[in-house]
Write a protein that binds this ligand. Structure first.
Ligand code: ADP
Ligand code: MG
Length: 320
């Protein structure tokens, strides 16, 4: 028999145990939380809708992982330390196997980042998952989209375009069995939010944003918030071997520029901090690439082969 609402919460989501700052967790009308002394709270919320943010039939453990990952990525982009999550779950039906899988993926990532689930809401309806994530940052030290100055370096972590190419591969009627395609699909399935990098960029980066809509669109957001523009040298875009295997040479660029869901960090670095980049990347085990420069003139200038202007057809996902 399918579990009732309270049984469901108790069985899959109520993991009691002492957690930092949690005076009262799941089970009452609301959670009671104690902010870390002397720090500002940082809050983010993201909703995933089946058929919009992930394909129908996506594995429940991947949905659980992803619902938290996208929020962790937002906190990473603020330089914040994640602490507590609230989970809004709308389900067409209460299927034990699905719930078990979902909880497994969610708590695997929550555990890796020290996040405690402190409450939520459970309703019936089309599959929709909302996570609210609360974290903390030292007052005045949050990374923001505003703050980039002309002459700063435009930098990005990891590789770009993998997740979008993975989603495309996944959506084929007969998904490719090639190892490269499988690696790209894995990047879409399990985004790795750059929380440690975000923390390390406090006091170094002049501005930051996470790459969720696509590199070009998100760089556009950062530039707009900062009142600047940027030029990007496309030959410097960090591309994975897997992406280049499926989309050789310049054919990878539209994926890297326009594909969303990478959840890498895009940040600007004052030139005097440029020297810190290699060490930082080595210490965190993530590649950090310098791909362009902030300029006074608004707008993005994408430079292809021999510095020629490059036009991107589809820049970023739009809901409306
Ligand atoms: P109320 O009707 O007062 O809103 P609920 O029945 O929605 O209470 O929730 C009871 C308790 O279970 C609350 O502490 C709530 O935060 C928690 N809760 C409900 N759904 C979830 C969920 N999906 N994940 C985690 N906690 C949940
Ligand atoms: Mg409720």
């Amino acid at each position: 028999m399918a579990p009732g609402e309270f049984e469901l919460i108790g069985r899959y989501f109520d993991r009691r145990g002492a957690a930092p700052g949690v005076r009262l967790g799941i089970g009452d009308d609301a959670a009671v939380l104690e902010p870390p002394a002397g720090r500002a709270l940082v809050a983010a919320l993201d909703t995933l809708v089946e058929g919009v943010h992930f394909p129908a039939g996506f594995a429940p453990a991947d949905i659980g992982w992803r619902a938290l990952a996208v929020n962790l990525s937002d906190l990473a982009a603020m330089g914040a330390e994640p602490l507590w999550a609230l989970l809004g779950l709308t389900l067409p039906r209460a299927e034990p196997d699905w719930l078990e899988g979902f909880a497994e993926g969610f708590f695997e990532l929550a555990g890796a980042h020290g996040v405690t689930l402190v409450g939520g809401d459970t309703t019936r309806g089309p599959l929709t998952v909302t996570v609210q994530l609360i974290g903390a940052v030292e007052p005045g030290r949050a990374l923001r989209r505003a703050g980039a100055r002309p002459g700063d370096l435009v930098c990005v972590s990891g590789t770009l375009g993998d997740a979008a190419a993975g989603l495309a591969a996944l959506s084929q009627p007969a998904p490719s069995r090639r190892a490269a395609a499988q690696r790209l699909i894995e990047r879409f399935r399990r985004p790795a939010p750059r929380v440690a990098l975000g923390r390390a960029l406090r006091g170094l980066a002049s501005a930051a944003i996470d790459v969720s809509d696509g590199f070009a669109a998100d760089l556009g957001h950062l530039c707009q918030a900062s009142g600047v523009g940027a030029s990007v040298d496309l030959s410097r875009l960090p591309l994975s071997d897997a992406l280049s295997a499926l989309h050789p040479g310049e054919r990878a660029w539209p994926h890297a520029l326009g594909g969303g869901d990478d959840y890498e960090l895009l940040f600007t670095l004052p030139p005097e901090h440029a020297g810190a980049l290699p060490e930082l990347g080595a210490a965190l085990g993530v590649s950090l690439s310098r791909v362009g420069e902030v300029e006074r003139e608004p707008g993005l200038r994408l430079r292809g082969r021999e510095g020629r202007p490059y036009v991107l057809e589809h820049a970023g996902y739009r809901h409306f």
